[in-house]
Design a protein around this ligand. Structure first.
Ligand code: COA
Length: 332
């Protein structure tokens, strides 16, 4: 059986920086509240007419392909993870396929929210292990600033989410001691409505009504406390599951890259495993929660900072809407 290595990483974030002070002008919030509860200082918002979820993904992908050293025409398949596609349908993966000029290769969109990148990694790993594909482009990209409302009634979500994209090229390797060691995926659908965007869904005959706009039910809903409580448990569990599956211990991990949900969640996990600061990568302070894009953006930045070098053991873990959660162990 083949193995899957991360051959290249890249990211793109929109240039428009929105600070906590900017948000203070739109809603009853403060830099102190946001910083204390989430760790976030600023986030990026897309520019209409310039960035879209797919186009940001393309920019991240071009960098990942360039850094991978392969030619773009060697890519066999695209997986696109997002909860904020350009269109209700088709998915954003096909736009990437067209924009990159990749002839007729398959493009799969997956909707697993904050766990989307880990789910995508696992799908890609299976395709590569079985020999079906050699090089897969996996993108996580989100445009979330256009469905949060900068208002008092939506302030619990408005201060958290941001826009951006990250991408990786995953390639077949014959080396048995490097690459993705394992992936672990979970879901608990009974909590689907604790972090949800109901509309425009298919439960109603009329999918968007003026009332939904007025009463705010068009906006995503998050039960922040509930998400927090489940996240800290599931993150720990799924990291331990990955370590146990590979007969490894927390000490073996060189770098943990958690989904950037909330700095307090990352710090909680760090404490559980007694990791020193340098073993946990966080950039939520600059980008907020970019959902499916957060792990690949963090991976790309960690790589740029020289933190991902041959021989290092990287642990990726995520939790989010669904609830869904997952982890991956990667030997560089
Ligand atoms: N600014 C100021 N006050 C705010 C606010 C904001 N942006 N958002 C909410 N509040 C207020 C609430 O209205 C509430 O006021 P009240 O006590 O008068 O009713 C108070 O702050 C406390 O709200 P609560 O929701 O209990 O705060 P919290 O300590 O749980 O923090 C979150 C809120 C969202 C930061 C926190 O629950 C969290 O981080 N949850 C996880 C979210 C997450 O990770 N989501 C992504 C999943 S991938």
């Amino acid at each position: 059986m083949y193995h899957t290595k991360i051959a290249g990483v890249g990211h793109y974030v929109p240039e428009n920086i929105i600070t906590n002070q900017d948000l203070e002008k739109h809603m009853d919030t403060t830099d102190a509240w946001i910083t204390e509860r989430t760790g976030i200082k600023e986030r990026r918002f897309f520019t209409e007419g310039k960035d879209t979820t797919a186009l940001m993904g393309v920019k991240a992908a071009k960098l990942a392909i360039q850094r991978s050293g392969i030619n773009k025409d060697e890519i066999d398949f695209i997986i696109f993870a997002t909860l904020s596609p350009d269109f209700y349908f088709p998915g954003s993966g096909v736009i990437v396929q067209d924009q990159l000029g990749l002839p007729n290769i398959g493009a799969l969109d997956i909707r697993n929210q904050c766990s989307g990148f880990i789910y995508g990694l696992s799908i890609a790993d299976q395709f590569i292990k079985t020999g079906m594909y050699k090089n897969i482009l996996l993108i996580g990209s989100e445009t979330q600033s256009n469905f949060i409302e900068l208002s008092d009634r939506h302030r619990n979500m408005a201060v958290i989410f941001g826009d951006g994209a990250g991408a990786v090229v995953l390639s077949r390797t014959d080396q048995t001691n490097i690459g993705i060691l394992s992936t672990h995926l979970h879901a608990e659908g009974k909590y689907a409505e604790e972090l949800i965007n109901y509309h425009p869904g298919t439960r109603n005959k009329i999918r968007i009504t003026p009332e939904m706009l007025t009463d705010g039910s068009i906006l995503p809903y998050m039960n922040g406390n509930m998400v927090f409580k489940h996240a800290v448990v599931r993150f720990e569990e799924v990291i331990r599951e990955a370590l146990d599956a590979n007969q490894l211990t927390p000490k073996d991990i060189d770098l943990l890259i958690p989904h950037q949900a909330n700095l307090r969640i990352s710090q909680f996990i760090q404490k559980k495993f007694a990791f020193p600061d340098e073993k946990v990568f966080n950039n939520i302070q600059q980008y907020g929660n970019t959902t499916a894009a957060s792990i690949p953006i963090a991976l790309s930045e960690a790589w740029e900072q020289g933190l991902i070098t041959p021989g290092k053991l990287i642990c990726l873990a995520a939790f989010g809407s669904g609830f869904t959660w997952g982890s991956a162990l990667v030997k560089c």
